[in-house]
Design a protein around this ligand. Structure first.
Ligand code: KG4
Ligand code: ZN
Length: 408
């Protein structure tokens, strides 16, 4: 029998370990997330329940709008000028000291090399100075997981990511396990909307001068007649889940040039029919995205890849904040019995919160956590998960027609 009376030092030690356990049990894990993969310098401090304790975001949008597109060295300079302030602001607003952080999570792939480099250099210096674990983040994985910060979405779920740099459909099986069902073969949806907006000179429109191309098109499309122009939905005869927007962009540019000639409008001036062109372009982009997503749903169902109970489609990325595109996707999910979830607009575009949340998800599962002494490199190109796009194509699934009638 062990004596039930403990002597002084042992009793003290037990008390200490109990209080350490109690302390660690209630003490939330805190992650600082840093994003610089493209044109937003973002930072946020989150706790492990997804509460945003502090955040800060510097957008380079206006500079790039003024110069007609992202110039990587300019993006790099702006990240360099802002990263310190943005991270400090996020920390100050959270009231958390660097030594209280559990880890730092930073986007290291994919993205613009010059932009990724600034976030990574800063983060490595930060974690070395404060001796904190480092969690390298895949930007698209972060977009895909953001929704779980707000809703208890279980794996597996289908995810559509539509941004300025990417357009892809994937099945999320785990926080770090994806099946790539389809992706853009040329430009991303957001990029094509940005270029269409530029061809329409929407920067010179009084209501659009500060909006991204996609936002400007959405705004003007509300008052436009989409039937005034007909653009062909891309890849109608190709039965896979890949996307293509370059041809559509070309069709729209040709239509704009033709109208400019007819109306005697100089480049840079606004056409009388900008709203109609915006509405028709937005509708064609929405319809293309909807058809590919519909096929992805049917493919996943045919292979038993989605759960019987509450199968979900998550839509994220900058273009996912487009209400018309969301409504089009809702028609598809209603017809196929899926639940549609989109994070709020603020979390659909690039930000530090989604990176911090991805850090929390990885921390909880002990996946991809590195010591502050380890070397980490950024990767401008990085596919998301296992590519099964050819298997999807081989299934040649024909999508039944759906009436995509949206009240704008
Ligand atoms: O996710 P994001 O902030 O950055 C990338 O990783 O690309 O997405 C930015 C893209 C831009 O192309 C922008 O035009 C588009 O998202 N976007 C929109 C809307 N808001 C932003 N596209 C359509 N409708 C919107 N409301
Ligand atoms: Zn993004």
């Amino acid at each position: 029998m062990f004596p039930c009376v403990l002597n002084g030092p042992v009793r003290c030690w037990m008390k200490l370990t109990t209080s350490i356990r109690a302390f660690t049990a209630v003490r939330p894990r805190l992650v600082l997330g840093i994003e610089t993969s493209c044109d937003e310098t973002g930072a946020a401090v989150l706790d492990d329940t997804g509460i945003i304790l502090g955040e800060s975001l510097h957008s380079q949008k206006q500079t790039h709008l003024d110069s007609g597109g992202i110039i990587p060295p300019v993006a790099q300079r702006l990240h360099r000028e802002n990263i310190c302030r943005v991270v400090q602001e996020a920390l100050d607003r959270s009231g958390i000291e660097p030594n209280e952080l559990t880890a730092v999570a930073t986007t290291v792939k994919p993205g613009l090399s010059l932009s990724l480099g600034i976030g990574l250099d800063f983060s490595l210096k930060f974690v070395r100075l404060h001796e904190k674990p480092f969690i390298p983040i895949h930007h698209m994985e972060a977009h895909a997981l953001t929704v779980r910060m707000l809703h208890p979405v279980d794996f597996p779920f289908l995810v559509l990511l539509v941004s300025g740099g990417h357009t892809l459909l994937a099945l999320a099986k785990e926080i770090d396990e994806f099946l790539l069902l389809g992706q853009t073969l040329d430009v991303a949806a957001g990029d094509s909307l940005d270029k269409i907006a530029r061809s329409l000179s929407l920067r010179n429109h009084p209501e659009c001068s500060t909006l991204s191309g996609g936002q400007a098109i959405e705004l003007l499309a509300k008052e436009g007649d989409r039937r005034a122009f007909h653009f062909k939905t891309p890849m109608g005869q190709i039965y896979d889940c890949n996307f293509s927007f370059a041809g559509l962009q070309n069709q729209v540019t040709m239509a704009i040039k033709k109208k400019e000639k007819e109306e005697g409008v100089e480049t840079g001036q606004l056409l009388s029919c900008v709203k109609d062109i915006a509405a028709a372009s937005q509708h064609t982009v929405a319809s293309h995205i909807a058809k590919r997503t519909h096929r992805a749903i049917l493919f996943c169902k045919s292979k038993g890849l989605l759960p019987q109970h509450n199968p979900t489609l998550v839509v994220s990325g900058g273009v996912a904040s487009n209400e018309y595109i969301r409504q089009t996707l809702k028609i598809v999910t209603d017809a196929t019995g899926l639940h549609l979830l989109c994070p709020p607009s603020k979390l659909c575009t690039d930000n530090g919160v989604m990176i911090a949340w991805n850090g929390i998800e990885r921390l909880k599962q002990g996946k991809g956590i590195m010591s502050h002494t380890e070397e980490v490199k950024y990767e401008p190109k990085a596919p998301l998960g296992l590519d099964i796009t050819s298997e999807v194509k081989d299934a040649t699934i024909k999508v039944p027609p759906l009436k995509l009638r949206i009240n704008s």
